[in-house]
Design a protein around this ligand. Structure first.
Ligand code: DHB
Ligand code: MG
Length: 233
């Protein structure tokens, strides 16, 4: 079994996270309120940390994103960070399965003044992805996957069909406090991200790295990839 990080580390990581946030966090009243509202969601501590939100926003801005796709809205905290990377004519589609979370997200996005550029869908991510593919929707520039973990590899395979060369794809929670090292894990969430991580090695469509993350949340990691130029047939 893998040892988890000890309590001293966790408190140090949290304090360093706070230190960073005080300097470059740019969290306004709306984001503070929305973070508070996460406590009323079905997964009260699963939202990205504030510094991770800013990190995602910078990634989206650095690739000049005009169209963003998010799987796993929760109550819209990461959605707001990402939507703020867009110009007024940009579009963000986000998908949430839990009805209560979706309702909270709609309220939060309205409060944040982002309802006009965010289309928050309520439903199963797999179904929404199939619908988007069937409707020939234009490719996304930036894709953030933070939904349920068991189908992570299915999500990746489908979003690749909604991408173009250069699209950035980020998947949250792919290290899980180091539990991915355990070859005997029976945790479906761990098994889901292990299948994903193993597939990244020889993925022809995109080039990935995994960035370990520490801070407010448990020791985890984000897989970050860029879709390759397609080879000529
Ligand atoms: C879990 C899910 C998340 O997206 C996250 O960031 C942290 C934890 C979870 O399934 O426990
Ligand atoms: Mg997450």
């Amino acid at each position: 079994m893998v040892e988890g990080s000890n309590d001293m580390d966790r408190s140090l990581f949290s304090r360093v996270d706070e230190y960073i946030k005080e300097r470059v966090g740019n969290e306004d009243e709306i984001l503070r309120e929305v973070k508070e509202s996460c406590r009323r969601s079905s997964m009260p501590h699963a939202e990205v940390s504030s510094n991770q939100g800013k990190f995602l926003q910078i990634l989206a801005r650095s690739c000049g994103a005009r169209r963003i796709l998010e799987l796993g809205t929760l109550v819209g905290f990461s959605t707001i960070w990402l939507a703020r990377a867009l110009d007024a004519d940009g579009q963000l589609i986000t998908v949430e399965f839990d009805a209560g979370n979706h309702a909270l997200a709609l309220e939060n996005l309205r409060k944040a003044g982002l309802a006009h550029i965010v289309e928050a869908r309520h439903g199963k991510a797999l179904e929404v992805l199939h619908d988007l593919i069937a409707s020939n929707c234009p490719p996304f520039d930036f894709i953030f996957i933070d939904a349920d973990k068991p189908p992570y590899l299915d999500y990746l395979r489908l979003v690749l069909r909604l991408s173009r060369p250069g699209t950035l794809i980020v998947l949250d929670n792919v290290i899980r406090n180091g539990a991915v090292l355990d070859p005997d894990s029976r945790d479906e969430r761990v098994l889901g991200v292990q299948r994903l991580n193993d597939a990244l090695k020889d993925l022809p469509e995109a080039d990935f790295t995994i960035l370990p993350t520490v801070g407010d949340k448990e020791f985890d990691g984000m897989a970050i990839g860029i879709v390759r130029l397609r080879k000529a047939p």
